[in-house]
Ligand binder design. Structure first.
Ligand code: MG
Ligand code: ZN
Length: 396
């Protein structure tokens, strides 16, 4: 059983942590490491081929402790998670342009465009000019593109790769830009912003039917896992819930969406760019709910495995995993070796300013060793791709 500790603990949270739990469990810390959990350590070749495809994966609110909690639950202390099995690691700073504590809009905009902006802004700079996103640059280069999320596809993270608005809450407008845009794959939730106000549950203030507009724009629109499974080529807009995915019957898992997205873009001779988000790790952090964090963390880790499996077979795909920020100031202060009993303490119900991990596999992955500002990550991908005109401020 997890014990939720909401009392702010501001000092000493790193003094005992896992060691205390390990000592209390009566087990030695010097036992031989168990074999690695799936996958086996992925090799990084010393000379790397060109980067054709990029799968950019963001765990929203995924601090190192969130990753650790998921790993302890699933594999125990002597094994690595799937993300941790990636061979190249770094750290990224997450602050926004004028706030040490970023929100998901500013951080996703940094990861998408290579520019810092203010909290709340989506693909847009503080002076209200738009910045080209890496997804848009990839599309200009003829690559197929897609975004996958377990939140609404209009939520800050996927929106920052596919839209340009001044405020993250402008989700009806974000939906309009997505429905009329040229992204090939959009999978997640958010029906409430695509259906006319006459439809029950709609959050639109007009009677535009963006599902119909998306169809006219060439999307195949699907609303269940079965419908998604039946799509084998072409463009897809899959919206499986009004607001967010919650594991209900008929919804695809993040891994299923990841595999479908890959299958729909993988045959483009020019390559592809996918952004795949574990959206709700952050929401577990805001709730100071360890079980929610662990559940979402494990789901995201499994989706990363799906990406790694494709990349390993393909050989020309770079996978980069990072987070937009940490949420909750999560710390593990006690626990059993099996991870079934973890004492978790939180310092806030909001985001924190700690750096986040960067993990990479595949061609170009060695470039992700070191400590980065979050704006550097898309610039490195662009450099590997050698796309023209990125980063770029777009004039009206
Ligand atoms: Mg997000
Ligand atoms: Zn958050």
């Amino acid at each position: 059983m997890l014990r939720k500790m909401s009392t702010p603990i501001l000092t000493g949270i790193f003094a005992c942590g896992l060691l205390a739990g390990a000592c209390q469990s009566g087990k030695t810390l010097h036992s031989a490491p168990a074999p690695l959990a799936s996958p086996d350590a992925l090799a990084t070749p010393s000379t790397q081929p060109r980067v054709k495809n990029v799968i950019f994966m963001i765990g929203d609110g995924m601090g190192i402790t969130q990753m650790t909690a998921g790993r302890l639950r699933e594999f125990g202390p002597n094994s690595k998670s799937r993300i941790e099995s990636m061979p190249v690691t770094g750290l990224a700073h997450t602050h926004s342009i004028d706030d040490l504590i970023t929100d998901s809009a500013a951080s996703a905009t940094a990861l998408a465009t290579g520019y810092k902006t203010r909290n709340g802004m989506i693909g847009m700079l503080p002076d209200m000019t738009s910045a080209k996103t890496l997804l848009e640059a990839a599309a200009e280069a003829g690559k197929k593109t897609g975004v996958v999320a377990t939140s609404s596809v209009t939520h800050a993270t996927p929106a920052s790769f596919t839209a340009h608005v001044a405020l993250r809450k402008m989700e009806p407008q974000i939906a309009e830009q997505q429905a009329s845009g040229n992204v090939d794959v959009i999978l997640g939730a958010g029906l409430q912003f695509f259906q006319p106000m006459s439809t029950e549950g709609s959050d639109r203030r007009d009677n535009r039917d963006l599902l119909a507009e998306a169809r006219e724009n060439g999307f195949q629109v699907v609303r269940s896992a079965d419908e998604m499974a039946a799509i084998t080529d072409g463009r897809i807009l899959g919206l499986f819930a009004p607001k967010y995915l919650s594991g209900l019957a008929g919804e695809p898992s993040l891994t299923e969406m990841t595999n479908k997205a890959i299958s729909l873009v993988k045959d483009d001779p020019d390559g592809f760019f996918l952004m795949i988000e574990g959206s709700q790790i952050d929401w577990g952090g805001h709730d100071n709910d360890p079980e929610y964090v662990i559940r979402e963390m494990i789901a995201f880790d499994k989706a990363v495995q799906a990406a790694l499996d494709f990349a390993e077979a393909d050989g020309q795909t770079l996978v980069v995993v990072t987070a937009d920020h940490e949420t909750g100031g999560m710390s593990i202060t006690k626990g059993s070796f099996g991870g079934d009993s973890l004492e978790v303490k939180w310092t806030t119900g909001k985001h924190t300013g700690t750096p986040v991990g960067v993990f990479a596999y595949g061609p170009g992955s060695l470039r992700f060793t070191g400590v980065f500002d979050n704006t550097e990550l898309p610039r490195i991908i662009d450099d590997l791709w050698q796309l023209p005109d990125f980063p770029q401020v777009l004039s009206e």
